[in-house]
Structure formats: structure tokens, C-alpha cells
Design a protein around this ligand. Structure first.
Ligand code: 2F8
Ligand code: CA
Length: 129
């Protein structure tokens, strides 16, 4: 198996970390426009792979990266947007998710998750088979 240029293979899935920073909704659209989706159904292995890719690209200049989770439809009920499945395994930083202000979209940084405002403009992780 191989991936397009700029995408990296983990198991049977190709991953890309965007150079653009976009709101969560536009990030979702961007992944879909590439026949992918925001990364979701995160396993231990996928989580570790994304973290490693982030460090390869950004070194220590890390910021939150969008993943495909949201509780925008029902506060506190986190789902993967594309598959509509509930989050199974989670990597919340202690104290998260806290909906501080209003935070309904899932982001990852240095191996932990946080809910942040969906309007924040962040780089994002797309995946495609
Ligand atoms: O203390 C945790 C808290 O820190 C920030 O809010 C002050 C984060 N907000 C953003 O990164 C936009 C919260 O998501 C986080 O819970
Ligand atoms: Ca938060």
C-alpha cells in the first residue's frame, strides 16, 4: 500500500496534517474534499502515529490539531462526526472536556485531548483509506 504525496501510511489508512489552519467545520470540509475525513475512531496505535507525525512536522512548535470528534449536537455526548459512533477510547487531558465558555470540538496536542471552540482556526488531521 502507498499513500499520495504528503500523506503517511499507518496500517491501511493514509494520514495528512494540514498546513492550513481552519475552523473545525471548514477543516471537515477540507478533508472531505480530498475524499477523506477528519481522523476518528482513534486507537492507541493511531493516537501514537498521529502524535509522532505531529512531532515530525512541527518539532516542539506544537498547537492543537483538529480530530473528527464533536459534542455540538448534544452537550457532553461526544461522537465521531463522520461515522456518528460514540467515542470509545479517549485521551482527555485531566479536567477535560470542560466546555470552557463553549467548546464542542475535539483537538489533540502532545498526546492529550481537549475540547476547544469549534471556531478556533487550527491545523487538522485528515485520514483516508
Ligand atoms: O485550563 C484548561 C483550558 O485552557 C484554555 O482555556 C483557558 C482552553 N481553551 C483554548 O485552548 C481555546 C480550554 O479548552 C481548556 O479547557
Ligand atoms: Ca477545554
Amino acid at each position: 500500500d502507498t499513500c499520495d504525496i504528503g500523506w503517511s501510511l499507518y496500517e491501511t489508512t493514509c494520514f495528512n496534517i494540514s498546513t492550513l489552519s481552519l475552523s473545525w467545520n471548514l477543516a471537515k470540509d477540507s478533508c472531505r474534499s480530498m475524499d477523506g475525513r477528519l481522523a476518528e475512531q482513534i486507537t492507541e496505535g493511531k493516537h501514537a502515529f498521529i502524535q509522532q507525525l505531529d512531532v515530525e512536522i512541527h518539532g516542539t512548535a506544537l498547537d492543537w490539531l483538529w480530530l473528527g470528534g464533536t459534542d455540538i449536537d448534544s452537550e457532553g455526548n461526544w461522537i465521531w462526526d463522520d461515522s456518528k459512533k460514540p467515542l470509545n477510547l479517549t485521551f482527555w487531558r485531566p479536567g477535560e472536556p470542560n466546555d470552557a465558555g463553549s467548546e464542542d470540538c475535539l483537538a489533540t496536542q502532545t498526546g492529550v485531548w481537549n475540547d476547544i471552540p469549534c471556531t478556533a482556526e487550527k491545523q487538522f488531521v485528515c485520514e483516508k483509506s
